[in-house]
Design a protein around this ligand. Structure first.
Ligand SMILES: Cc1cc2nc3c(=O)[nH]c(=O)nc-3n(C[C@H](O)[C@H](O)[C@H](O)COP(=O)(O)OP(=O)(O)OC[C@H]3O[C@@H](n4cnc5c(N)ncnc54)[C@H](O)[C@@H]3O)c2cc1C
Length: 447
C-alpha cells in the first residue's frame, strides 16, 4: 500500500492512535492537548523506501512519535512524518543480548514480545504508550540509582539522513552513539534502534504512604536506594508529606522478601494506589507486593488505560543528586503556590551517563517532576518561580516537557551542544530537520 499524506487538519485527535481513526477535521494536537501542531502535512510512509523518498523531497521535515511531549519539540513549519504505519519490527538476537525495533514502535509492543522470548529492558518510563524512538530522542527516564535513562540502552541506530541515505550509528563510533542516542529529532528519521537487553525478571511493587517530610530530608539517600526503582510522590499542600513512596524491587520466584510495615514513619499501603490520591488505581500496574513480569511493574500505568490523569501539563527538572535535599527544601518554600496548581509531583533518581544531550549526562541525577492542572497560563506563570528556586542547582529541563528557562540557561547545562550541532550538520547540512525548538535551545549557529 502506498504512503498516505494528509493535511494536518484532517488528523484525528484520538489519543489511542495518533494518525488512524475517525475523520474529525480538527487541528492535530499532542497527547495532552495543550499544543496544536503547525505543520502543513503529515506523511504516513509504509516502508523505508517511502521514508527515503519523502526525506529526499521535503525542504523542512520533523518526525512525529506518539505525541506525548508537551511542547513544539516535534513540530515544524514544513511537513511531519509519522512512522506509525511502518511494518512493526521486533528482532531479538539469539544470545538474548539485544533487540532491534522499528522507528515507530511503542514500548508496550516491544516489551510483550521481548518478555515472551525471555528478555527484558533495564528500565521503563511511567507509561508504556510512548514510542521508543521519541522517548530516546528526549532522554526519557524511569527511576533507580543504578539505572540510566532509556537512551542508555541504545546500542545502534539507523537514521535516514537529510539526503535520503541510511546512516548506521553504533558502538564502532562511541562518540557518534553518545551524540545520537538523545537526538531531539535533529539528525534525521530514526528507522531502527537496537537496544541492550537482559534476561527477563520478576518485579514486585510496594507502596508506603505518608512519609513525613523530615524523614525524607534526613534519610533521602537511604530511601532512594531502598529498592531497584523508587518514586516519591507529593501533592505539596499546606502540611506537606511525601504522600506515597513506590518501591519496585526485582525478585525471584521464591523470594523470601517481606516488606516492613513501616518505613521511617510511612506505613505500608494495604490497598492499591494511584499517584494522584483522588484517582482510583484502576489504571495503575499491580501493587501490594504481587510479583509480576518486569514490563507490568516498572511502568506506573497499564498499556490499556489512560496514563497519569489525562488532563495535564507536565514539567520536570534534573539536578545533581547531591543537591536533592537542598532543592527539595527550596521547592518546599513554594508549597502554597505549588499546591494550587499541582496534581502531583514525583521525585526520582537516575544514574549518570555520558550521552551528550542526556539530562543525566555526567552526573548522578535527581528529577523533580510536576503534573500540573491543564491551565497553560497558570503553568507559564508558576514555572519561572520553580526555575528560580532550582537555579542554584543548575537544573536541566526535560526536553519533552514544559519549561520557561531562558535558552542560554538551557544551553549552559550541555557543554557538548556545539559538538552535537557539528555532528548533526554532517547528517543534515542544510537544516532540513531544524525547527523553532532546536533554534531556541540547541543550535546557536542555526539558519
Ligand atoms: C502521561 C505521560 C507520562 C510520561 N512519563 C514520563 C516518564 O516517566 N519519564 C520521562 O522521562 N518522560 C515521561 N513523559 C514524557 C515523554 O516520555 C517524552 O515526551 C517522549 O518524548 C515521548 O515520546 P513520543 O514518541 O511521544 O515523542 P514525540 O512527542 O512525538 O516527539 C518527541 C521528539 O522525538 C522525535 N522523534 C520521535 N520519533 C522519532 C524518530 N523515529 N526519528 C527521529 N526523531 C523522532 C521528535 O521529532 C521529537 O523531537 C511522559 C509523558 C506523558 C504524556
Amino acid at each position: 500500500m502506498a504512503c498516505r499524506t494528509r493535511p494536518v487538519r484532517s488528523i484525528s485527535r484520538d489519543r489511542a492512535d495518533p494518525i488512524e481513526g475517525p475523520h474529525h477535521w480538527l487541528a492535530m494536537k499532542n497527547w495532552a492537548r495543550n499544543y496544536v501542531y503547525g505543520a502543513r502535512r503529515v506523511h504516513e510512509p509504509r516502508s523505508i523506501d517511502e521514508v527515503q523518498a519523502i526525506v529526499r523531497t521535503a525542504p523542512a521535515l520533523r518526525v512525529l512519535g506518539s505525541r506525548h511531549s508537551f511542547s513544539d519539540i516535534a513540530d515544524t513549519a514544513g511537513d511531519l512524518i509519522s512512522l506509525a504505519a511502518l511494518p512493526r519490527l521486533i528482532e531479538i538476537d539469539r544470545r538474548g543480548e539485544m533487540v532491534t525495533v522499528d522507528g515507530g514502535i511503542r514500548y508496550g509492543e516491544v516489551c510483550v514480545a521481548l518478555d515472551a522470548a525471555g528478555g527484558a529492558l533495564h528500565n521503563l518510563a511511567s507509561l508504556p504508550h510512548i514510542s521508543v524512538a521519541g522517548a530516546c530522542a528526549t532522554g526519557t527516564h524511569g527511576s533507580g540509582d543504578g539505572h540510566g535513562n532509556l537512551s542508555t540502552a541504545v546500542l545502534a541506530m539507523e537514521v535516514v539522513r537529510a539526503d535520503g541515505e541510511i546512516e548506521t550509528i553504533d558502538g564502532s563510533d562511541a562518540d557518534g552513539l553518545a551524540a545520537a542516542a538523545v537526538s531531539l529529532g535533529a539528525l534525521g528519521v530514526v528507522t531502527r534502534l537496537t537496544l541492550r537487553t537482559q534476561p527477563t525478571m520478576l518485579v514486585r511493587q510496594d507502596v508506603y504512604e505518608d512519609l513525613p517530610v523530615d524523614a525524607f530530608v534526613d534519610h533521602f539517600d537511604e530511601l532512594a536506594s531502598a529498592a531497584d526503582s523508587v518514586s516519591f510522590f507529593t501533592e505539596w499542600g499546606v502540611n506537606p508529606v511525601i504522600d506515597q513512596v513506590w518501591l519496585k524491587r526485582r525478585v525471584t520466584v521464591d523470594d523470601p522478601y517481606e516488606p516492613a510495615g513501616e518505613l521511617h514513619g510511612a506505613s505500608l499501603a494495604t490497598i492499591e494506589r494511584h499517584p494522584i490520591r483522588r484517582l482510583t488505581a484502576e489504571a495503575c500496574t499491580a501493587q501490594l507486593g504481587v510479583p509480576g513480569p518486569w514490563h507490568e511493574r516498572l511502568p506506573h500505568f497499564r498499556m490499556d488505560h489512560t496514563p497519569s490523569s489525562g488532563d495535564e501539563i507536565q514539567s520536570e527538572y534534573f539536578i545533581g543528586r547531591g543537591d536533592a535535599v537542598a532543592a527539595f527544601v527550596a521547592l518546599l518554600a513554594l508549597r502554597d503556590r505549588l499546591a494550587g496548581l499541582i496534581q502531583v509531583s514525583e521525585i526520582r533518581t537516575i544514574a549518570a551517563d555520558d550521552i551528550w544531550l542526556s539530562p543525566a549526562s555526567g552526573r548522578p541525577t535527581v528529577a523533580f517532576h510536576f503534573t500540573w492542572k491543564p491551565d497553560t497560563d497558570a503553568v507559564n506563570a508558576i514555572l519561572p518561580l520553580v526555575e528560580r528556586a532550582l537555579a542554584p542547582y543548575q537544573p536541566r529541563p526535560h526536553w519533552g516537557k514544559a519549561f520557561t528557562m531562558a535558552p542560554p540557561d538551557v544551553r549552559a547545562g550541555y557543554p557538548r551542544l556545539p559538538a552535537f550541532e557539528r555532528f548533526a550538520r554532517t547528517l543534515d547540512p542544510a537544516g532540513t530537520f531544524h525547527n523553532a525548538f532546536l533554534r531556541r535551545y540547541a543550535f546557536t549557529g542555526s539558519d
